[in-house]
Design a protein around this ligand. Structure first.
Ligand code: UDP
Length: 359
């Protein structure tokens, strides 16, 4: 079959790393990069480090509001799909690229396969939540990472077929975490010792786009009493700079600011951290896979299982709670939550099974 895969930003590159290579053993894949993340630090380095095939079609659609960006993607993806005439369109996760790829395909009656379907935070103010819900309802094959996601979709009576394949990010973590953990160079560069620092990422619109909330994040970071490594997402860097708070953070001796890191350097810092502090979706899970307790700077999460088992806790931007939770010891039990690291194989098998319908 001919499959057009639409990806566009950092977490999607990571997810595609578990699938693209396997998919190409049996199908003809045309990788389309929308350009949503385009700087080398957020894009090129992931293709290189994770050995993702080079995109065959590179669009240049970044910036603007979510509405504008999605509209521009639709305008370019429509003709692209007419030209490529794929049997299936494959999308990942919950970004504007996910929704645009899915909608452009569905409007042409091309079956949509959604990997990481069924995730819900139940917070409709998150742009990601709208992208997830809408993409799920236009997909023909919904590949979910967990039983929770399966139950979410059953409740919403989605039209497509649902299959629990496990989480493709587990595959990638299993492939790369052991090597990354053994490489301490990123720790030396950040000036920290294994097990003696916190790694923090924050870039959710709800935390960094609202000045008063961004200030709470800054105050929380300043209140920490141990080293914290903070690889700055460009959105966060820009908001801190605009508010005049970047210098204040940079001046704090325990705060180590870095540019956004490549997957290997980031994973080295994550696997060796004492605790993870984040508002990222993917990083909450990666911390769990690495057995690093996570404190999440949100009041909802899609990855509820990590909270249920006691390895992750939601504190929003409450500094007192964050400080307290960062001291809490994790439970001893560490069950397998999102599959066995062979989700990529199951994604390909599920797509194979579409062949007679799509051909
Ligand atoms: N990541 C990275 N370098 C960084 C921060 C994150 O390689 O400086 C990786 C991280 O390991 C994970 C992915 O980027 O695989 C998560 O992306 P992000 O937090 O941007 O997206 P979300 O998961 O919140 O959608």
């Amino acid at each position: 079959m001919k499959i057009v895969t639409v990806i566009g930003n950092r977490p999607q590159f990571v997810k595609a790393a578990a699938v693209s290579r396997l998919l190409r053993e049996r199908h003809d894949e045309v990788l389309v990069h929308t350009g949503q993340h385009h700087d080398d630090e957020l894009s090129a380095i992931f293709f290189e480090e994770l050995a993702i095939p080079r995109p065959a079609r590179q669009l240049h659609i970044a910036g603007g509001t979510n509405t504008e960006q999605t509209a521009r993607m639709l305008a370019e993806l429509g003709p692209l799909l007419d030209e490529e005439a794929p049997d299936v369109v494959l999308v990942y996760g919950d970004t504007n690229s996910t929704l645009a790829g899915g909608l452009a395909a569905a409007q042409r009656n091309v079956p949509v396969v959604h990997v990481e379907a069924g995730m819900r935070s139940f917070d409709r103010t998150m742009p990601e939540e709208l992208n997830r819900v809408l993409t799920d309802h236009l997909s023909e094959l919904l590949l979910v990472p967990s039983a929770t996601a399966e139950a979410n979709l059953a409740r919403e009576s989605v039209a497509g077929r649902v299959a629990n394949v496990g989480d493709v990010m587990v595959d990638v973590s299993m492939m790369f975490q052991p090597r990354a953990r053994a490489d301490l160079k990123p720790l030396r560069e950040a000036g920290v010792e294994p097990g003696e620092y916190i790694l923090c990422t924050s870039h959710r619109a709800g935390n960094v786009d609202v000045p008063e909330r961004l200030r709470r994040l800054v105050d929380l970071l300043l209140a920490l009493d141990e080293p914290v490594v903070l690889p700055l997402h460009p959105r966060t860097g820009a908001r801190l700079d605009a508010a005049g708070w970047l210098d204040e953070l940079a001046a704090a001796p325990h705060v180590r600011l870095t540019p956004p890191l490549g997957y290997m350097a980031f994973t080295s810092l994550l696997t060796n951290a004492r605790r993870m502090l984040t508002d990222s979706g993917g990083v909450q899970k990666e911390a769990y896979f690495a057995s690093v307790p996570c404190v999440t700077l949100r009041d909802t999460t899609e990855w509820v299982e990590t909270v249920d088992v006691g390895w992750n806790v939601l504190v929003d931007l409450d500094a007192d709670r964050a400080l307290q939770e960062l001291r809490r010891e994790p439970p001893t039990a560490h069950p397998e939550l999102y599959g066995d690291g062979r989700a990529g194989e199951r994604v390909v098998a599920a797509i194979d099974a579409l062949a007679p319908v799509a051909a």
